[in-house]
Ligand binder design. Structure first.
Ligand code: PMP
Length: 344
């Protein structure tokens, strides 16, 4: 049976300052990003809480988006406040009370050379319903993972701290290998052979009551859920160490779990067919999951201010485009100014 289409209920997508209908949210085939991976993006979740829809850690996601853009020298045509407001507007226009949010900043139609600086920077925001990333029962039962034969690129090759579209070719290799071999997810090692992260999640181990997670030097994305889990675990009295994790610990630890916006907290019950602990989610993982789920549903008080409610839609209506901070050249202007460029 074909999986349900998550886009069936999406009516509006925000594109360069205005809401456009789903079918009209298109790009030119010669957009730089399509050829050279020149895009940066975020994955954010809006949760249905008792107090209404709320976006989890919106300022942190916007900040990371800005840093990713900075690495690739992309000048943002909108302020972070404008992008934040546009996210709210897009969710409201689609009438979602919970959804996944995908802002993407990319280089559009300009020149066909590798040099990206002569292609205009475009911004889109999509929102769509999304359930449990690693399977509906993943939080209860845990998932089976493998160690990937693919390594994460070293930080002198591609900076993993930037959430760039091009990085996800590596993630795709990890994910395809895992799924084709019957696993839900692959765990990649870094260039030095130490544990890095999953194809789209950070990883935590529990050993002797202590939580361990690889450091940023292990070619991983500094996850915002990773940060939330470190904070919650310390509040609960656990010690958390960011330290180099040798592969062997994956087989000897008591508990293992992934963290990420899509994966939330997902227990791992086996690695390379070896059960983790007793082969079922352990106590520390379950306690953290309960705390996390309580917070994002609004049942536990949001003591850290991690939930941002949607901004109310103004009486003027939600279809009004926010002001552009600095107008980007039109596609034709950009292409004309840049000349044909050398194909690469
Ligand atoms: N690593 C990678 C490669 C990811 O794609 C993600 C998902 N954004 C994460 C880690 C987790 O990051 P976050 O908790 O901020 O979603």
């Amino acid at each position: 049976m074909a999986p349900p289409n998550p886009f069936a209920s999406v009516r509006w997508i925000w594109k360069n300052g205005e809401l456009v209908e789903f079918e009209k949210a298109t790009v030119h085939v010669l957009s730089h990003a399509l050829h050279y991976g020149s895009g940066v993006f975020e994955g954010i979740r809006c949760y249905k809480t008792r107090q209404g829809p709320a976006i989890l850690r919106l300022p942190e996601h916007l900040q990371r988006l800005a840093l990713s853009a900075k690495v690739y020298r992309m000048e943002l045509p909108f302020s972070l406040a404008e992008i934040g407001a546009a996210i709210s507007e897009t969710i409201s226009a689609n009438g979602f009370d919970s959804c996944y949010i995908r802002p993407l900043i990319f280089r559009g139609l300009g020149t066909m050379g590798v040099n990206p600086l002569r292609s205009p920077v475009e911004v889109v925001i999509a929102t769509y319903p999304w359930g449990r990333y690693l399977g509906e029962d993943a939080q209860n039962a845990g998932v089976d993972a493998c160690v990937s034969s693919w390594r994460r690129p070293s930080s002198s090759t591609l900076p993993s701290m930037a959430k760039a579209t091009g990085n996800y070719l590596n993630s795709q290799l990890i994910k395809m290998e895992a799924v084709q071999n019957g696993y839900a997810e692959g765990i990649a090692l870094d260039a030095g052979g130490y544990v890095s992260e999953g194809s789209g999640e950070n990883i935590f181990l529990v050993a002797g009551g202590t939580l361990l997670t690889p450091p940023l030097s292990a070619s991983l994305l500094p996850g915002i859920t990773r940060d939330a889990v470190i904070t919650l675990a310390r509040e609960m009295g656990y010690s958390v160490l960011e330290q180099v994790v040798p592969r062997g610990l994956l087989y000897t630890c008591d508990e293992l779990f992934f963290t990420g916006t899509a994966a939330e907290i997902t227990p791992v019950r086996s690695v390379d067919r070896q059960p983790v602990g007793a082969g079922v989610p352990g106590e520390v993982t379950r306690r953290l999951l309960a705390e996390f789920n309580g917070l994002v549903s609004g049942e536990i008080r949001d003591r850290h201010g991690w939930l941002t409610p949607l901004t109310p839609v103004t009486a003027a209506g939600s279809r009004k485009a926010p002001r552009r901070v600095e107008s980007a050249p039109t596609l034709v202007e950009a292409a004309a100014a840049a000349g044909p460029g050398a194909p690469d």
